[in-house]
Design a protein around this ligand. Structure first.
Ligand SMILES: [Ca+2]
Length: 139
């Protein structure tokens, strides 16, 4: 576990590094697509958000949410991702919505850096954003 410092720029440069971001999205999509049909179902997407920890935690602080509220929340997220209302989320929908979401986080962070506690085995894109920035600093 370590404390990292990040601001909007960290997140934005992760998203704007198209090659890295797409690779990251693709491998995430593949690991989420449990039945390998090239689409994310409602339950597959819910698992995704549970593992990303974007909902249950707010920048490292645990937030307790009732199960029925969570289900509503996950439903509304699914509707957001499923742009064409096909009942499943394809790779393109996943990528474009994740991008919007990350940029929203970047805007929220703005230019004032925050400290965040991240586990070494953290699976979140925030961690990937921080790792990417660190690898660039050291190169
Ligand atoms: Ca699937």
């Amino acid at each position: 576990m370590g404390v990292v410092i990040l601001d909007g720029t960290t997140v934005r440069s992760f998203v704007n590094d198209e090659l890295n971001f797409n690779n990251s999205i693709n491998s995430r999509f593949d690991s989420l697509d449990l039945n390998n049909d090239g689409l994310l179902s409602r339950s597959e997407l819910r698992k995704a958000f549970e593992s990303l920890r974007l909902i249950e935690t707010h920048f490292g602080a645990d937030v307790i949410t009732k199960p029925e509220q969570l289900t509503k929340l996950y439903d509304s997220i699914f509707e957001k991702f499923d742009c064409d209302h096909s009942g499943s989320v394809d790779r393109e929908e996943f990528r474009s919505e994740m991008k919007k979401m990350m940029l929203g986080i970047a805007d929220g962070l703005g230019s004032s850096p925050i400290q965040m506690v991240i586990d070494d085995d953290d699976q979140s894109f925030i961690k990937e954003a921080v790792d990417l920035e660190e690898s660039k600093l050291h190169n």
